[in-house]
Design a protein around this ligand. Structure first.
Ligand code: PEP
Ligand code: MG
Length: 551
């Protein structure tokens, strides 16, 4: 047996044939044609028509965003202006490869110069150009493969555009050679509950059609499994699916309850969360309802959405976060100023406070929805930085009859003063995505610094410990609602640091539930101490894994 090691996402395992994501083709050099302009023109036309027809065929087979993306690409491929540009280059006597490459590059530069939505479409042009080039060269098209049967996708890493086109029903597992536990691939895998091992450098030698076992629980990819091993993985998955069908409440091995809650962005997702055993909602991102709105939503509009959400969780806890505007979640009606550094700008509670009428309207809508339903509504403010802001928000929320008012701890300042913050707030919920961004001084949206954006970093864990200890001293709940809660081993560490509930994408609940059930409170504390003692994120993960017998 030969094994490759990476970082597993979740606890699942799967086996199946590999389909590799083909690498980008090298750009052609400018060359004169040896077969003549007419022959080159017909090669170019044929390649473009075939690619457009293929994109259209793939669009017809899917729905939603994927269909829109593919249809738009099919149209771009046959765009008459682009054809003219290609013809102009062919008339100079160049090869079809060069004409296509250079015309697409020119078109790309024009779109980028326009900026905005069109600028963002520039990457789509690269994808089409690569497909046409591949056709001209007679090689496999780069990008997401479609072998026509279920497969284990092996890639360097997945870009957001790749994942939009991925037919998840066909993907048995994901394996990447690059990318870490916070990469786009890892986030997609957690959200959709796909078995994944990321950062397995050795996977570079896997070939199409080769059967592998991908075991996320151990982070191992077995590239030469026996039939018995494949059968045992399939049995393990079947057993896992059966336990997932009847989820129990979250608890440690010694019976200590740890509520497992869902992160939701729209009320329509509630049914799936309930089916997966969410004990309530730990983060309802209200701004997701209004991201494209140019005006503030009315009280009536909001009330309707909140009632729908609260009704789905009758008798259970629902933590609603007030509108979180700024940086990665722009809301023009709360802040449309151009800021040099929006992540450090007028955002979260700062923006709400600057438009207090909108804040008051949201609290009114929530109070009305609460009165009309029987869920246990908790309300929290985003991006709270100071004790004064905490007192301001909780005071105002209580004026509106909010019974449980808390704050999100996403900034080191509020984590460091958590004991004083919790003197005012009824609870804290740690947003580890932003807390990591601000602790590590690394923009969470910027690929070039993604390596810093790892919540396993002991500096982030120390801040979580501050909040957890403050919660224990005040006897107040401390939840976690960032991506970190969806990582089963890190979830145990977070509980060891004092978290009393964990909220995550519903697909991640089952694995986190299993990980908690394998550890006592003492074991969780031991893991937390091991992680805190490390120098960096990789060391912390390794130390926790070594201290955890089941992992
Ligand atoms: C966070 O920052 O961790 C969080 C949960 O909030 P969001 O991801 O919506 O910023
Ligand atoms: Mg946040």
């Amino acid at each position: 047996m030969s094994t490759l090691r990476g970082v597993g996402i979740g606890l699942g395992a799967a086996s199946g044939p590999v389909a590799r994501m083909a690498e980008a083709l090298p750009a052609p050099t400018k060359q004169s044609s040896s077969i003549g302009t007419d022959a080159e023109r017909s090669r170019a036309r044929d390649a473009i028509n075939t690619v457009a027809a293929d994109l259209q065929q793939r669009a017809d087979a899917v729905t939603g965003t994927a269909r829109e993306v593919l249809e738009a690409q099919a149209m771009i491929a046959e765009d008459p202006t682009l054809q003219e540009e290609i013809d102009a280059r062919l008339d100079e006597g160049t090869t079809a490869e060069w004409a296509v490459h250079d015309a697409f590059a020119g078109f790309r530069a024009t779109l980028e110069a326009v900026g905005g939505y069109l600028g963002e479409r520039a990457a789509d042009l690269d994808d089409i150009a690569q497909r046409v080039l591949a056709r001209l060269r007679g090689v496999a098209a780069p990008g997401v493969p479609d072998p026509g049967h279920p497969f284990v996708l092996v890639a360097r890493d997945l870009a957001p555009a790749d994942t939009a086109l991925l037919n998840l029903d066909r993907v048995l597992a994901l394996v990447t050679t690059d990318g870490g536990p916070t990469s786009h691939t890892a986030i997609l895998a957690r959200e959709k509950g796909i078995v994944a091992v990321v950062g397995a450098a050795g996977a570079a030698h896997l070939t199409d059609g080769q059967t592998v076992i991908v075991d996320a629980a151990t982070g191992i990819v077995d590239d030469a499994p026996t039939e018995d091993e494949v059968a045992s993985v399939q049995e393990r998955q079947a057993a896992r699916d059966t336990t997932e069908a009847e989820p129990t409440a979250g608890a440690l091995a010694d019976g200590t309850p740890v509520a497992l809650l869902a992160n939701l962005g729209k009320p329509g997702d509630a049914a799936d969360a309930v089916a997966r055993g969410a004990e309530g909602v730990g983060l309802f991102r209200t701004e997701f309802l209004f991201l494209s709105a140019s005006q503030a939503p009315t009280i009536a509009q909001q009330r309707e959405s909140y009632i729908e959400l609260l009704q789905a969780f009758a008798g259970r806890k629902v933590v609603v976060r007030l509108l979180d505007a700024g940086a990665d979640k722009p809301l023009a009606f709360l802040n449309d100023a151009h800021e040099g550094n929006p992540a450090l700008g007028l955002r979260g509670l700062r923006a709400l406070r600057a438009s207090e009428d909108i804040l008051r309207e949201q609290l009114t809508a929530l109070a009305e929805a609460d009165a009309a339903t029987s869920a246990d509504l908790w309300v929290m403010a985003p991006m709270v930085t100071t004790v004064e802001e905490t007192a301001y928000f909780t005071g105002l929320a209580r004026e509106f009859g909010v019974k449980t008012a808390g704050v999100m701890v996403e900034v080191p300042a509020s984590a460091l003063l958590a004991d004083r913050v919790l003197a005012h707030a009824d609870f804290a919920s740690i947003g580890t995505n932003d807390l990591t961004q601000y602790t590590m001084a690394a923009d969470r949206l910027l690929g070039s610094v993604a390596g810093f954006q790892d919540p396993w970093h002991p500096a982030v864990l120390r801040l979580v410990r501050e909040v957890g200890s403050a919660g224990e001293r005040h006897g107040k709940p401390v939840g976690i609602c960032g991506e970190a809660a969806a990582d089963p081993l890190l979830a145990v560490v977070l509980v060891g640091l004092g978290a009393t509930s964990l909220s995550m994408a519903p697909a991640a609940l089952a694995d986190v539930r299993r990980a908690l059930a394998m550890h006592t409170r003492d074991a969780a504390r031991t893991l937390a101490d091991a992680a805190l003692g490390a120098d960096d994120a990789i060391g912390a993960r390794e130390a926790a894994r070594a201290a955890s017998h089941p992992f």
